[in-house]
Each structure stands twice: as structure tokens, then as C-alpha cells.
Write a protein that binds this ligand. Structure first.
Ligand code: SF4
Ligand code: SF4
Length: 419
């Protein structure tokens, strides 16, 4: 799709990037079939192709500010369209460039900016979010039912094994995960410890930057990215770690983009690319080790009957964002779980970072549809790989929703130490 950049935008990097990315689109419309927002609204402007046309108009100098902003805001950035597109359109990068250009040309009103700043301050600062969750847990009986359902149950992290192996990997704590489910990273550390890998937390590493990035604070996001790159690149260079492990696929999707985000920063470009290249989803680290885990668990502890029947929800940030598919399901199968097939597993659950707060109606519709499909399999548990999906789905069902590593850790924990 040829795009003639408007003369007054010729020197704007986002306009140039968008025009480059737009070139790959042949407007065939295959992507419409897998776009969750188009499926809900039926409006072409809520589809990838419709949004692409809006961004083309924007770059060509038309003045569709509010309308474009409305439809780009409704995009989940789930990248299901990228997985479907036969022409390889990098829609995720395109929509980020389009949003950034919009923010410059059509700044939001004060109320919208304050709302986004509050979301950033509340979610991206782990201490603030942790205090809010704690307060919610203490006052749960006094809260309205809808709000009480969104407060996560109190969970203990359990022990974190002391580093004892030559093989070491860093893990990202994340901003909301420690408060919602502190047991995920500890479970990953325990499982990896049994397989000869020590998982270590790195001080001075904070939020991955996804939340500020997706709520319009690009400078704030890049400051976080640079701070993380400083720590991780140094640890990789010194040999202290061999990889950076992500237990939340939303964060992993962002960290894998660090090289792209800082590609024009001569002081950081190569180190950011190094960090992205060293980033692994936890399921990739454990890929192929299912039989070894099954042996440790033993036949007596293999899940059976109703307990074995689970549903696995693959987050968009994993299957579309990182193109990592099938590993967690295979690991769960290897140790005796039976993940059930269900319809539309490629579609977003409506969580999408801050989307559930900024677009609550669409988010709720997608959550309801996803839960209908998942619960239709009559699972004893829903497993997933991203804390945002986990919390969002759990707020709509009493069936437990857990990170898949907790299911593996639970079986290993029941295994005698001599095994
Ligand atoms: S499938 Fe790809 S090429 Fe076709 S309209 Fe969608 S983005 Fe464009
Ligand atoms: S990223 Fe998701 S919601 Fe946005 S256009 Fe693509 S498929 Fe639709």
C-alpha cells in the first residue's frame, strides 16, 4: 500500500516508520477474520485493515484525529492479525507508530491524560500496586461483589532456592505479578533448580516498560527500558547469567522489542538488541524437559481423572507477540495433564495490559466469550502464562486460574526429596 507522507510530516520519524510498514499491506482483508474487536463490533474501522486505512490517512496529512484515536484506542494490540497476515505486515509496530504520531498531532484532553497517568502510577509502581492489593484483601468483605471478585486471593510465595548451580538465569519480577501471585517466580525458581538452573533476581530491574509505553508515556517507558538494559547487559557480559527468563508473556513481548525501541540510540542500540536476543519465555527454557519432569514426579503423583482435565489459555503476547506456541501445553501433557481443545483459542481474553481499565465494555465482552469457551471444557483448572490474563479471567469465574508453572511445581513439591 503506497503512502505519500504529507510534507509537514516528512521529518517525523513515526510517519516515516508507518509509511514503511504500510507498504507491505495489500488490503486483502484476511486479517478481519481473526480480529477480536471486529468480531464484536462488526465495524470495519475496528478491524486491522480499517485501522491501517486510518493510519495511512493520518500519515498522508488528513485530519481524522478523534475518529482515528477512537478506533486505535479500541485495538487490543493482541497481534492476532500479524499471525494471520499473508503479507507479513508488522501491525504491532505500525499501530505503535500510529499512536505515537497521534499523541503528537492530537494531544489528549486533560481528563484522559490524568486517567492514563493514574493507571501508570498505580500499576507500574509495584509498591503502590502491592499496597492497593493488600488493602483490597483486608477489606474484601466490605467491597461490592464486582470489585471483590477482582481482588486476588492472598498467596504465599514459598521458598526460593539459594543459587547453587553454574547455570544461572535472571528473572524479571514485574510490577503487578508479585502482588497478585507472588508464587509464580518462586515456583519457576524451584522447578529450574531441580533441573540444574539457578534463577536469580536482579536488583535495580523494574517494570519492563509496557504499561507506560501503551498508555502514551514513551519517554517514561524508554527510561525504564534503558535502566533494565544497563543491569541485564552488564550481567550477560560478565557471564553472571546466560539468559533472561520471562514468566509473564506480556513483559516478555515488550523486552523482546527493546532492540527495536532503542535502535536509534547509539549508546544503547547494541546492548538493547543483546538483551532482546537473550530473552526467553519460561516455556522455551523448559522445552523438551517434560519427560525429565515426569520422571521426577513419578507415576503415583501423575494427575488423573477430573484433576487432569484442564484448559490452557495461550496469551496473545505469547502466541502472537512472541510467536511461541505449544511448549507449555506439551510440558503439561508430558506430566499427565490433559489440556482440552476449545474454540477460538487464538483470540484475546480482553485483558491486554491496561485495556480492561481503558475499554471496560469491550474487555468484558471478550472475557465473557473466552470464559464460555474455556469453561465449556469442564476444566478443574485454567492454566495460562501471563499475569494479566490470569487476573482478568479469575475475576469472572470461581474455577482456579493459575500460571502453568504452578501446576508443575505443585506436583514436584509433592515428590519426596529423594526422588
Ligand atoms: S491480512 Fe495483512 S495484507 Fe491483508 S489487509 Fe490485513 S494487514 Fe493488510
Ligand atoms: S492487534 Fe488485535 S485488536 Fe488490534 S487490529 Fe490486530 S487483531 Fe484487531
Amino acid at each position: 500500500m503506497y503512502t505519500a507522507i504529507a510534507p509537514h510530516l516528512a521529518d517525523v520519524p513515526e510517519a516515516q516508520e508507518a509509511a514503511d510498514l504500510l507498504r507491505a499491506c495489500v488490503h486483502c482483508g484476511f486479517c478481519l477474520a481473526t480480529c477480536p474487536t471486529y468480531q464484536v463490533t462488526g465495524d470495519e474501522l475496528d478491524s486491522p485493515r480499517g485501522r491501517i486505512y486510518l493510519m495511512k490517512s493520518l500519515v498522508e496529512g488528513a485530519d481524522p484525529g478523534l475518529r482515528t484515536q477512537y478506533h486505535l484506542d479500541r485495538c487490543l494490540t493482541c497481534k492476532a492479525c500479524e499471525s494471520t497476515c499473508p503479507s507479513g505486515v508488522r501491525y504491532g509496530r505500525l499501530v505503535e507508530a500510529g499512536r505515537s504520531l497521534l499523541e503528537k498531532r492530537f494531544p489528549r484532553g486533560l481528563a484522559a491524560r490524568v486517567k492514563r497517568a493514574v493507571i501508570r502510577g498505580g500499576l507500574a509502581q509495584s509498591a503502590v500496586f502491592g499496597a492497593a492489593v493488600k488493602l483490597g484483601q483486608l477489606t474484601r468483605p466490605l467491597l461490592p461483589a464486582g470489585l471483590a471478585a477482582s481482588v486476588p486471593p492472598e498467596r504465599a510465595a514459598g521458598t526460593w532456592p539459594a543459587p547453587r548451580h553454574a547455570r544461572r538465569m535472571a528473572v524479571l519480577d514485574g510490577c503487578v505479578q508479585p502482588a497478585i501471585d507472588p508464587g509464580i517466580n518462586a515456583a519457576a525458581a524451584r522447578v529450574l533448580d531441580q533441573l540444574g538452573i539457578s534463577l536469580v533476581r536482579m536488583p535495580r530491574v523494574g517494570c519492563c516498560g509496557a504499561l507506560p509505553h501503551h498508555t502514551g508515556d514513551t519517554p517514561g517507558a524508554l527510561a525504564m527500558v534503558r535502566a533494565n538494559v544497563d543491569v541485564w547487559a552488564q550481567a550477560l557480559d560478565s557471564g553472571a547469567i546466560e539468559a533472561i527468563v520471562m514468566t509473564a508473556s506480556g513483559c516478555g513481548s515488550e523486552v523482546r522489542e527493546y532492540g527495536h525501541l532503542l535502535r536509534h540510540d547509539s549508546a544503547y542500540a547494541s546492548r538493547a538488541a543483546q538483551v532482546s536476543a537473550a530473552t526467553r519465555d519460561l516455556s522455551e527454557v523448559l522445552q523438551g524437559l517434560g519427560p525429565q519432569l515426569a520422571e521426577r514426579i513419578g507415576t503415583a503423583r501423575r494427575p488423573a481423572g477430573e484433576a487432569a482435565r484442564i484448559a490452557y489459555h495461550p496469551p496473545c503476547s505469547l502466541q502472537h507477540g512472541q510467536k511461541v506456541r505449544g511448549h507449555a501445553e506439551q510440558l503439561l501433557r508430558d506430566i499427565g495433564f490433559e489440556p482440552q481443545p476449545f474454540a477460538d483459542s487464538h483470540l484475546c481474553c480482553g485483558s491486554a495490559g491496561s485495556y480492561s481499565l481503558l475499554q471496560p465494555a469491550l474487555s468484558k465482552t471478550l472475557q465473557t466469550r473466552k470464559l464460555e469457551h474455556l469453561l465449556g471444557t469442564r476444566p478443574s483448572c485454567i492454566a495460562t502464562a501471563n499475569i494479566g490474563c490470569q487476573a482478568h479471567l479469575q475475576s469472572g469465574t470461581s474455577v482456579p486460574v493459575r500460571h502453568w508453572i504452578n501446576l508443575i511445581d505443585g506436583l514436584l513439591a509433592a515428590t519426596p526429596a529423594s526422588a
